[in-house]
Write a protein that binds this ligand. Sequence first.
Ligand code: BGC
Length: 236
Amino acid sequence: MANTQPTLCIDIGGTGLKLMVVSHQGKALTERYRVETPQPATPSAVLKALKGLLAQVKTPYARVSVGFPGVVVDSTVQTAPNLHASFTAFPLGKAIAKLTGRPTRVLNDAGVQGHGVIQGRGTELCITLGTGFGFALYVNGVYVPNLEMAHHPFRDGYTYEEYVGNAAFEAVGKKKWNKRVRRVVRQLEPIFNYRVLYVGGGNAKKLEVDLPTNVKRVENLAGLLGGVRLWEHEAG
Ligand code: BGC
């Protein structure tokens, strides 16, 4: 399949399911279709909701990329902390390939997002602030898969996700949450010594703190655009 074909990029989130067709140059060819994530978010409910969104897509595409909010190995889900537990061991890549009739690759959502923004030089990190806390590390453009910083202890008995995830945002409010995010960024710096840290996810727009110059806020859209790069960088 020629690499110049458009890609259907899907982002499965704890709050919303989003999809868009993107050209091989990373240009959006359709609007961003979105629907609330069904609750409970079982594989069959999520697939049904995606089917509904797909019915609206008239633009042709040759392949599918999916960002999933959990550990993913060979396009099969291993964990899904913010979706239904029945996602564990679910062959999501196969199921979406069946649904769309196109070859499909699934990767961790933060991993996909970073692919949309990194420069491919040195150590780059991408964190996402949304329902959960996404984390992705790249070395010279190569993604180191499934580093789950989200569930690592951070401070005061909280994990990173408990400290700055959306539930924390709702519980402590914008001001305190901003302070917390700054602490998280400060903590990651001396551990990873990254060249650049990108901050994305639906809540990144709520950030009001000054960030160091090597920390860049990125559009949440990167979560979809990164799907195109998945076919250049990641094995199937
Ligand atoms: C999951 C990660 C995911 C992140 C953002 C966390 O709860 O463990 O795999 O990337 O949420 O969705």
